[in-house]
Design a protein. Structure first.
Length: 185
């Protein structure tokens, strides 16, 4: 069976995502301001710092981040840098990912955004039903007036700050937990 590659005339542009494995799509940002080598960063740190500035600028335009995690139809939650980005940038999010991803985050001390965001999707194991639920929730959120979303972000600022602080301390907490487990062996 021969598979045809689909060629897109207008690529979907994402900053710092290496999803274009075969180089079929031009994934470089189209804005002149983002045209230097920020996609992969560089060892001297210049491009990495520029990338951080771009992400911060980008997050100024975001009310709620729709995080598409690495896995969806998978029985265990998987956390990657994709969820870390909105936490670092103090933005609420919903996760298009494996079931119980939010539950796992809560077990690490993070707080989520219910009841403003209906997070019942996190408990749905069937991927088709979970996706349908997510699409309905995304549709509901995108139809909200911008002022209501701004009010939501302001109201949840203590949670956004809490999550940011949890993330800052998470590395040390995880290392202590691992050390404790190893000492029992």
């Amino acid at each position: 069976m021969i598979m045809k590659h689909r060629i897109y005339t207008k690529p979907f542009t994402r900053i710092n995502e290496n999803w274009n494995t075969y180089g079929e799509l031009n994934t470089l940002p189209t804005d002149e301001k983002y045209s230097d080598n920020i996609i992969t960063g560089s060892a001297n740190g210049h491009h990495i710092n520029r990338h951080n500035d771009i992400v911060k600028d980008f997050y100024q335009l975001i009310g709620i981040d729709i995080v598409t995690e690495t896995v969806f139809d998978y029985k265990y939650p998987r956390i990657s840098e994709k969820i870390i980005r909105p936490i670092i940038n103090k933005r609420p999010f919903l996760v298009v990912g494996a079931p119980n991803t939010l539950k796992f985050l809560c077990s690490k001390g993070f707080q989520t955004f219910a009841p403003f965001i209906n997070e019942d999707y996190d408990q749905i194991v069937d991927p088709v039903y979970r996706m349908k639920f997510l699409l309905d929730e995304i549709t509901r959120l995108t139809q909200m007036p911008i002022d209501k979303i701004k009010d939501f972000v302001l109201e949840y600022t203590p949670i956004l700050n809490h999550n940011f602080n949890i993330l800052k301390d998470l590395e040390q907490q995880e290392l202590k937990s691992i050390s404790k487990l190893l000492s029992k062996l």
